[in-house]
Design a protein around this ligand. Structure first.
Ligand code: ZN
Length: 163
């Protein structure tokens, strides 16, 4: 169970979001940034938490100490407050949040890195003979399609998410 910032809500596969914690204030933010994504996210089991004043004070205090407070948004502070007060890992690409977590001696992970460990498993599949091949992680980030031809039958290979 981890606290996810809005970048994770936007970029992780929906199935990977299940069971994690977010701040209630992120709902409006997500809806604003991506109404479609918000619709998907509503359908799954995320623990939406309100942040009380005491937790917010703690978050402000930590962010002030690391010098990041002036540049954090209200939603950022909510997310930070959850991670600090529930003592959970924070998944965020915001370096100010990462820096505050770090300064407080807490763990954070970037959205890409955290996702890579738990999410991105790909394979190459032949569109002809259906053979599957393993791919290196970095191949998965190359552009779609055009990943070569099957050595067995010469048909194009496609990148598929591994089941
Ligand atoms: Zn083939």
């Amino acid at each position: 169970m981890r606290v996810l910032d809005t970048a994770a809500l936007l970029h992780w596969p929906v199935s990977e979001l299940t069971g994690n914690i977010c701040a209630t204030s992120q709902q409006a933010e997500l809806e604003r940034v991506s109404p479609q994504r918000w619709m998907l996210v509503q359908a799954i089991d995320i623990e939406w938490r309100d942040v009380n004043e005491q937790w917010l004070d703690k978050a402000r205090e930590c962010a002030a100490r690391s010098g990041d407070l002036p540049r954090l948004s209200d939603v950022d502070l909510d997310v930070l407050a959850l991670a600090l007060s529930l003592d959970l890992e924070l998944v965020t690409d915001d370096y100010r949040l990462q820096n505050t977590m770090n300064a407080a001696g807490k763990v954070s992970q970037s959205v890409g890195t955290a996702g890579a460990q738990h999410v991105w498993k790909w394979e190459l599949r032949c569109t002809g003979c259906r053979i599957s091949l393993d791919v290196a992680e970095d191949v998965s980030r190359s552009r779609k399609g055009d990943v070569g031809e099957c050595e067995r039958c010469g048909s194009p290979l496609v990148l598929k998410k591994k089941r």
